[in-house]
Ligand binder design. Structure first.
Ligand code: KG4
Ligand code: ZN
Length: 337
């Protein structure tokens, strides 16, 4: 039923999020709490702190979105929770709350793969004019994931490439740290790069031109470390940042071009994940898509980074496809698409 309400819960990493969507894709309420400040002193996400924070905040967040949507648990038709991949403590918090609500209301519980959430988001009404049809090529670029996936349907994916070492966001964060920028460094590095000369340092472009669409970023980070070790002034740091961003953009564009050649039926190139916020990368990918005669689809940033709208939406797509998980589904820290 198009007026059915679905609650989505996200707690796989360091964002606590809840959202309520109508089955037609209308977002009735959404809320995201970042744990950034709790983890910043440690320079990265601490799993135990993350789990406890989800436990402390998720129930109240659910209350808030129910109020915002003007409904109660009894008004829900299903509950969808991220059940992996991610940090197990947080996954257990979200999945258990979701199951509890489903049991209490006698409604379906949907165990959602976080990556499928990212993968199906561009199909939310309003993201792409006229809607996005299967199959499409997804570049998932975040701090924890770096994958190239052909999305052929609901629960139908073909992974065409992945990173051999670091995720692209991780490479941004590690290089930013080397440049003395605060964590998470991606956005800071992008800002610094704007005043730098990308041509001053030639940084490696790992796997550029190589067959397939796997990624590798650890060599790039090592190259940054070697330059930094020799000592840099402020302009030098900006030049390294610009060189780094140019190298990553060129590499991603090259990998995306290969992936598109491997997926002749694709209707679009989709970019998602926190790194999709980077303008230089977007511009490079837009050129690749245009060359293939395809649109580049990038959901709004708040739907690119971790959120619960994408989890509720994946739940709706799964319900429509007749796919529901039993209450015995166990959260999976590792769960490839
Ligand atoms: O998707 P996301 O919010 O969380 C997960 O990793 O799941 O992605 C966060 C990552 C971080 O590594 C962050 O530094 C990176 O996305 N990021 C960026 C930019 N904004 C966020 N990297 C490059 N340029 C940006 N503007
Ligand atoms: Zn994510």
């Amino acid at each position: 039923r198009e007026d059915a309400l679905v609650l989505g819960l996200e707690s796989s990493c360091d964002e606590t999020a809840a959202a309520i969507l109508r089955a037609d894709g209308t977002i009735l309420a959404e809320a995201v709490l970042s744990q950034l400040e709790e983890h910043t002193p440690y320079g990265g996400v601490v799993p135990e702190i993350a789990a406890r924070s989800h436990l402390a905040h998720l129930p109240a967040l659910v209350r808030r979105v129910l109020d915002q949507a003007g409904t109660t648990p009894a008004g829900l038709a299903a509950v969808a929770a991220t059940a992996g991949p991610g940090l197990i403590g947080g996954l257990i918090v979200g999945a258990t709350l979701g199951k509890g609500m489903a049991i209490a209301q006698g409604i379906p519980y949907l165990a959602i793969n976080h990556l499928e959430g990212h993968a199906l988001t561009p199909r939310l009404p309003g993201v792409h004019p006229g809607g996005l049809a299967f199959p499409y090529l997804l570049l998932l670029l975040s701090g924890g994931h770096c994958q190239c996936v052909l999305v052929e349907g609901v629960a139908r994916h073909r992974r065409l490439g992945t990173t051999l070492d670091d995720a692209v966001g991780e490479a941004f964060d590690k290089s930013a740290k080397l440049l003395g920028l605060p964590w998470p460094g991606g956005p800071h590095l992008e800002r610094l790069a704007a005043s730098g000369d990308a041509k001053r340092f030639s940084l490696p472009r790992p796997l550029y031109g190589r067959e397939g669409c796997d990624f590798s970023f650890s060599g790039l980070k090592t190259a940054v470390a070697n330059i930094v070790a020799k000592g840099l002034d402020d302009q030098g740091r900006a030049d390294v940042a610009a060189g780094f961003q140019a190298a990553v953009s060129a590499t991603l564009a090259n990998r995306a071009a290969h992936a598109l050649a491997m997926a002749p039926g694709a209707t679009a190139l989709v970019v998602s994940g926190g790194v999709a916020a980077n303008q230089g990368i977007r511009t490079a990918l837009a050129a690749v898509a245009a060359q293939a005669g395809l649109p580049l689809v990038a959901p709004p940033i708040r739907l690119c980074t971790d959120n619960a709208v994408m989890i509720a939406w994946a739940g709706i797509e799964r319900l429509r496809a007749g796919l529901t998980e039993g209450l015995d589904h166990a959260p999976r820290p590792r769960w490839p698409l």
